[in-house]
Design a protein around this ligand. Structure first.
Ligand SMILES: Nc1ncnc2c1ncn2[C@@H]1O[C@H](COP(=O)(O)OP(=O)(O)O)[C@@H](O)[C@H]1O
Ligand SMILES: [Mg+2]
Length: 390
């Protein structure tokens, strides 16, 4: 059954393709172009874009950077390092091989299918079965050598420079052989600087810092570290505009949206869900909306499940941090002792902190103490009773 009201058609005509909150997209071509400019100005030096989780890094690579790269004649290749932690170089190689396949596959239905705008490993890649491209000579099997050979071959075959986009690069830092992988990457990018450019993203500055010191500092000079900007007011204006259209003239206050957007860590998908919930209730009170959102059963169940996935001691440390206590402070230890009934050592707290960081729950900015990555989760934790979580 197709139900299109007359009013909907007029809205759609005014704003083609913009008929739900989910269709709102902010593109940032100028930002993409500025990054490409930086890359061109310093051959062999990658950019490392840093921002917390869920603010739009991957989205930007896919929707802005890859298209901008294509416009200036680069071949964009994408690999999610985090998804393929166990064998990052193999994952990167696979992405390069796919890009080569895209060039080699003859144009037929499959060929066209394979020509995805970005070669996405794990998302589109694995579902495509393409015959082996004719090859002049076998590529080396060792991932280190293979990376070098593939980069060269792709550049040569396409006659274009390659833009290698490595998402969540900091996860290399957690690997046993992570340093070696970084060293290889660095060597290849240096050697192939006329053929290949690279952009990394990361959501943990401290993991990157640790990674760089672990490899003796070269990464710092090697990559240019950039704070990736969160979405601006435009996104909130678009949400408010759509709300106004749906509710026939009822306006949301953009400054209030901006304040709450900041409060939730500038995560667009989260903000959209919040505004959608307000829209469903026909409410314009953003603070009330946020409160209700946080008390939503699904939300609470998710947080509870996250807490339960941690050890009791880790939970206790996390709650202490949420309640503003420095995790390694003497008072914190005393409080932990009170609820645990035995003496927790500093070493034990450190281990817990490390686990929480690896789980992505805690972040440690380059300056300042530990913070809880998700601000809403932090708020939830702040209201819990320590006794009840252990
Ligand atoms: N420019 C944008 N316009 C509209 N929505 C966006 C934009 N950037 C991100 N989002 C939304 O935020 C979600 C999370 O973004 P994502 O790129 O996955 O974050 P990150 O990679 O930083 O963790 C996306 O799935 C999308 O719904
Ligand atoms: Mg991402």
């Amino acid at each position: 059954v197709v139900k299109i009201a007359v009013a909907d058609i007029s809205t759609m005509n005014d704003n083609p393709g913009m008929d739900t909150f989910d269709d709102i997209e902010v593109s940032r071509p100028a930002l993409a172009e500025s990054y490409l400019g930086l890359l061109a100005a310093q051959p062999g030096r990658p950019l490392a874009l840093f921002a917390p989780r869920r603010v739009g890094k991957t989205y930007f690579l896919d929707h802005d950077l890859a298209p901008a790269a294509k416009r200036v004649g680069l071949v964009p290749v994408y690999a999610d390092v985090w998804l393929h932690k166990a064998a990052p170089l193999v994952a990167i190689n696979h992405a390069l091989e796919e890009a080569i396949d895209d060039l080699t596959v003859p144009s037929g239905p499959l060929g066209r299918l394979a020509k995805t705008p970005v070669t996405k490993l794990g998302v589109l890649g694995t579902s495509l079965e393409i015959g082996n491209p004719p090859e002049r000579r076998p590529l080396p099997n060792e991932p280190e050598l293979r990376l070098d050979a593939l980069a060269a071959r792709l550049a040569e075959k396409s006659g274009q420079q390659v833009l290698l986009m490595l998402d969540e690069i900091q996860s290399l830092g957690d690997l046993l052989n992570g340093e070696a992988a970084i060293a290889t990457l660095r060597a290849v990018l240096q050697k192939r600087k006329r053929q290949i450019m690279a952009v990394f993203t990361g959501s943990s500055q401290d993991a990157l810092a640790a990674m760089m010191t672990a490899v003796g500092g070269p990464m710092y000079q090697f990559a240019q570290i950039i704070d990736f900007p969160v979405l601006g007011v435009e996104y909130l204006e678009r949400l408010a505009d759509h709300f106004e259209r749906v509710h026939r003239g009822t306006k949301l206050s953009v400054p209030e949206l901006q304040r709450v957007f900041g409060q939730i860590g500038c995560k667009p998908a989260l903000m959209k869900d919040l505004v959608k919930a307000m829209s469903a209730e026909g409410s314009t009170d953003v603070d009330l909306g946020l409160q209700r959102f946080m008390q939503d059963d699904r939300q609470l169940a998710g947080w509870r499940a996250l807490l339960l996935s941690l050890q009791p001691f880790e939970r206790a440390v996390l709650v202490m941090i949420a309640q503003g206590h420095p995790p390694l402070g003497r008072e914190t230890l005393t409080r932990l002792q009170e609820v645990q009934g035995f003496s927790p050592t500093l070493a034990k707290v450190r281990v817990a902190l490390d686990k929480l960081k690896k789980a992505g729950v805690l972040a440690r900015p380059l300056v300042g103490g530990y913070t809880i990555e998700d601000r809403l989760f932090a708020q939830y934790l702040a209201d819990l009773e320590l006794r009840k979580v252990v």
